[in-house]
Design a protein around this ligand. Structure first.
Ligand code: GAL
Length: 680
């Protein structure tokens, strides 16, 4: 780094090519740094990655036609957290939206020093000229440069900080305050040895479909189960807690479930709703993709089922063991375990050699008191290039039902509305079909067609099959996913185990709450805690412990399907704890089926809340920022008043009574999840 020391008062020489210039202020020596010389790869943002001297899309920094050779290209929501230790003198630079979005996007730039705002750009749109600042930052320990989405989501928010410089005293240098390594602290006490009934409190089944529900309960074994008010047609196995049978007629039944062991007994109300709607609470289970991806096998599926039982997860309501892509034959793989005939002479789909006995596999999983899911695509090929359902939807649905599947993930990928013209035509040759993906928007009716077709096919089966749509949110699927029978629909592209992916997806669910309800939920994708890796190599999630608490808390508040994405045979204590807090899981499984709304947003601090059936509110106090801060929830924001009891759900501990608001210190990227209920 080049540097020139001056002897004159306020003398400054700057090097355009170097990172710094040096000067003296009074008797003190100062040095000026381009902030682009910091390790900008460590800057957290909700999309893409921050770049030095380039835009987020890796182009020259350009604001309203003006090029800036120096700066940081970032994206909402982002934070550049500077640690200055009281040695800063001046912060200067400019801010604006990069021209690369062609007129789209809007943000607010905000600069916070020791928790107090010192500059705010006001809302800025693409093509607005850069706004410049020169700020006295003497004495501040920390200065954070934030880019916020201006209240309209983060789409196209390519935001540039330009000519960004900080002048420091006494040979001090600015540092990025990206937080120390956190200890994986287990917050939740172990489940009590006395019985507690967990899992869904309401369950939907169609008339005539096989009924299959295992009472989830923690507590020492042996445990016996009984029930009052079980409608005729159903029977309960007192040893396993499994309720099976079938209901002939539509109707609602209030049942009291009981569990008893040597230390005590408990009971809980359970509602069975026999009618057209299934999946009344978000599905809880596991899916093979985020750990094994294309390396999945029947053995791994069996091992997952074994692990769900042996780890005790089953006792907290975890139910589905879902096979994702790669159980079918592959289009052109060299791997013999993915080769074979695609379908038999009747058009029935044939699994690949890794799955020699699908019926046996489903029986195995059911034998453990669990349910099993399968995956397909409405196009000729799945996303991974295996055989899809196009042209064979009814046969596939029949086959899944005959094998005994309980859940289908149906993933758009190779589907193209243009294929419909070929349907049933002799000329149809999937291997030569154009591989164009429909971009969403446009003709909504066309986007619905393949999902409605499989909905009809599933509806004809004598078995309840949860229907999970996957098309990444195209055409605002939340507006019509329920109409085409979806019990859930993915709202975004795939998640990965990084803070920017997880938090970017999770927090962008704001506004979708009106589309969720019993039987139909938004799906922000599967969980990325534990050992993940998209197979065959696995690694520990890259999310920090706080980020993992945020992930599970947010997904529970969002009433999202909860699909564990890790290898359950390698669960560590911390991950197991994250997945077995019954008070947290109750937020997800609440019978009202509400999705939390974001009720306040203050810089990087957000409060999300959802109504619970018992009249309480589940509230998440989130800190998306880089350092611990106090997050406040005011009763007025929640629409409540008077004395309220606040319970910390991760710690399972009452915090006491509060009358106007509740405040908590929340760590970097962390959460405090509470339940707020009128004090009685
Ligand atoms: C993606 C989907 C993933 C996974 C994958 C399989 O489109 O979003 O969750 O299912 O396909 O190839």
């Amino acid at each position: 780094m080049k540097r020139v020391i001056c002897v004159l008062l306020f003398c400054v020489f700057c090097f355009s090519a170097g990172h710094t210039c040096a000067a003296s202020e009074g008797t003190a020596q100062t040095e000026t740094f381009w902030l682009s010389s910091l390790d900008v790869s460590r800057i957290e943002q909700s999309w893409g990655q921050a770049r030095a001297n380039r835009s987020v899309d890796n182009r020259p920094l350009t604001i309203a036609g003006q090029r800036f050779p120096n700066g940081i290209g970032t994206h909402a929501n982002s934070e550049i957290p500077l640690l200055l230790d009281g040695k800063g003198v001046e912060l200067s630079g400019g801010a604006g939206l990069d021209d690369e979005t062609s007129g789209r996007g809007s943000v607010v730039f905000q600069i916070i020093a020791d928790g107090r705002e010192i500059w705010n750009s006001g809302p800025m749109r693409s093509r607005d000229a850069a706004k410049f600042f020169s700020l006295d930052i003497r004495g501040y320990k920390t200065v954070d440069l934030l880019v916020l989405d201006a209240g309209d989501g983060i789409d196209y928010d390519h935001a540039d900080w330009v000519n960004l410089k900080v002048t420091m005293l006494d040979n001090a240098r600015p540092k990025l305050d990206v937080g120390p390594v956190e200890d994986a602290v287990i917050l939740t006490p172990k489940p009590a040895p006395t019985p507690r009934i967990n899992g869904a409190k309401i369950f939907g089944v169609r008339p005539g479909s096989p009924f299959f529900f295992r009472i989830a309960a923690t507590g020492d074994r042996p445990m016996t189960f009984s029930a009052d008010g079980l409608p005729s047609g159903l029977r309960l196995d007192s040893q396993t807690g499994l309720i099976t049978g079938q209901l002939e007629k539509a109707g609602e039944h209030k049942v009291t479930l009981r569990a008893e062991n040597a230390l005590g007994k408990t009971e809980r109300e359970f509602r069975i709703v026999c009618g057209s709607q299934i999946g009344l609470t978000p599905a809880m289970g596991w899916n093979s993709w985020n750990c094994f991806a294309g390396s999945v096998t029947a053995e791994k599926i069996k091992a997952a089922a074994d692990a769900m039982v042996e780890s005790g997860l089953i006792n907290h309501g975890w139910t589905y063991i879902n096979i994702d892509d790669f159980w079918q034959v592959h289009r052109d793989s060299n791997d013999p375990s993915l080769q074979g005939p695609h379908r038999n002479s009747d058009g029935r789909i044939l699994p690949n050699p890794r799955f020699p006995d699908m019926k046996g596999l489903a029986d195995y999983v059911h034998g453990k008191g669990l349910k099993i899911g399968i995956y397909s695509a409405p196009g000729p090929w799945t996303c991974g290039g295996c055989v899809g359902s196009f042209g064979y939807e009814l046969q596939d649905a029949q086959q899944y039902a005959e094998w005994g599947f309980d859940y289908l993930k149906y993933d758009w990928c190779s589907y193209n509305p243009a294929f419909e013209a070929y349907r049933d035509s002799k000329d149809w040759d999937p291997s030569s079909s154009p591989n164009i993906t429909y971009a969403g928007g446009g003709d909504l009716a066309k986007a619905k067609v393949p999902f409605e077709r499989m909905h009809q096919a599933l509806g004809q089966q004598p078995r309840d099959i949860i229907y999970s749509l996957c098309q990444y949110g195209m055409g605002s699927v939340w507006e019509w996913g329920a109409e085409v029978g979806g019990n859930s629909w993915r709202t975004t592209q795939d998640i990965n185990d990084s803070w920017s992916s997880m938090s970017g997806i999770g927090f962008s669910q704001a506004g979708l709450e009106k589309y969720a309800g019993p039987g139909h939920f938004n799906d922000p994708d599967m969980l990325v805690v534990g050992k993940v890796g998209w197979g065959p190599q696995l690694r520990n999630t890259r999310l920090s412990p706080n980020e993992q608490y945020t992930h599970i808390s947010l997904w529970c508040l969002l009433a999202s399907p909860l699909l564990i994405g890790c290898d359950m045979t390698q669960l560590d204590e911390f991950t197991l704890n994250l997945l077995t807090n019954d008070e947290v899981l109750e937020v997800n499984q609440d019978p009202l089926g509400r999705q939390a709304a974001r009720i306040t947003q203050n810089g990087m601090l957000e409060v999300w809340a959802k109504d619970m059936e018992d009249g309480s509110k589940a509230v998440g106090l989130f800190n998306r920022g880089q350092r611990e801060q106090t997050v406040t929830v005011n009763w007025s924001d929640l629409g409540i008043h008077g004395e309220q009891t606040v319970r910390d759900l991760w710690r399972q501990k009452d915090m006491g009574q509060y009358t106007e608001k509740f405040e908590a210190n929340v760590g970097r990227h962390g959460v405090v999840l509470v339940k707020i209920a009128p004090f009685k």
